[in-house]
Design a protein around this ligand. Sequence first.
Ligand SMILES: Cc1ncc(COP(=O)(O)O)c(C=O)c1O
Length: 401
Amino acid sequence: MPAVLDSLKTIPSDAILGIMQLFRADEDPNKVDLSVGVYQDESGSTPVLECVKRAEGEVYAAEDTKSYVGIAGNPGFNRGIEEILFGADHPALAGGRAATVQTPGGSGAVSVAGHLIRRAKPDARVWLSDPSWPNHRQLLGLAGVALEHYPYYDRGANRVDFEAMCAAIGTIRPGDSVLIHGCCHNPCGADLTRAQWQTLAELCERHDVVPFIDIAYQGLAEGLEEDAYGVRLMAERLRELVVVASCSKNFGLYRERVGSATVISPDRERSATVASNLSNIARGIYSMPPDHGAAIVARILSDADLGALWARELDEMRERLNGLRRLLAGKLAERGTTTDFSFIANERGMFSFLGISREQVIRLREEFHVYLVESSRINVAGINQRNVDKVADAIAAVLQD
Ligand SMILES: Cc1ncc(COP(=O)(O)O)c(C=O)c1O
């Protein structure tokens, strides 16, 4: 008799994991990894922030139980995150229209939000940007949400194709959701301008489309406040809004799994109903969120000195990323490449597409020991003063022949 498990097919491991394995096996001492999805400092490590180290010590010293936190998570964390996202004085907060749950990472937040959308409107579709973070499809698909795509990045022109994006959103059914990256678009690095956010807000309002903003890199594009422009505008203009956030990158808390899902409702009464549903969904997926990472964030956000230290460390990460973008674009320009790479300096966050072919990506790896994913997405944070010339030489070489 066949075993039930015989029907399962082996799922090929993530393409990025395959690249990581090849990188590890490469014995070249000057190999460069631009494929990873985490921030790296000049020495190539992903450090624990100093503000996190200090807060962690204080949390540890004060901890007197390992009993569960509530389903919705740490209230101080939830309030602190709402203030970072919307600003402490935002009318949506004052009006009691925001409901937030702490989630296991930004990924957990996408999942909770997907389940909520499906529960609220079973035939609603969520529209993803083309391209988008690949796990959006997996997380929302498992939540049972039907997915569609809208055009976003023009790979020929290396910019957002805003006309095509708006044309597609103009055809979306009322009640559908459009998932927008709040800043530092993953994987393309091309963000919306303020004028484009305004046009988009009008469009969503006119067509009764619910914006679903995923902001996983707040503070790493232009600044903590500046990066929340789209979130705050949408919360002012629209009656309903979904915002999912992650503390993985801006607090460097990747493995602690800290994120949040916030829903803005038309009024206080409906917000209470939404809050009960968010908690009920969280209960059904993972029951209770983990404590540690959110307790650290809550501690940082409630202490002026720790908060100021975090702001400085975040500024440092952002300035490093933006500096590396200018550095790489400059080095490529010096080499007189036929492609104009100035777009890399203008894009934001950790990722950009080089826009080279799959064959050229393979040559970079096999001949020059420079590793990136096949889509040609690079993690800018993998560049440093020691390897930037090697990377620029390698890119120029594969473009030449
Ligand atoms: C666009 C986007 N959303 C959400 C996440 C979720 O991150 P995490 O679950 O690690 O907090 C990521 C991480 O790469 C991301 O790039």
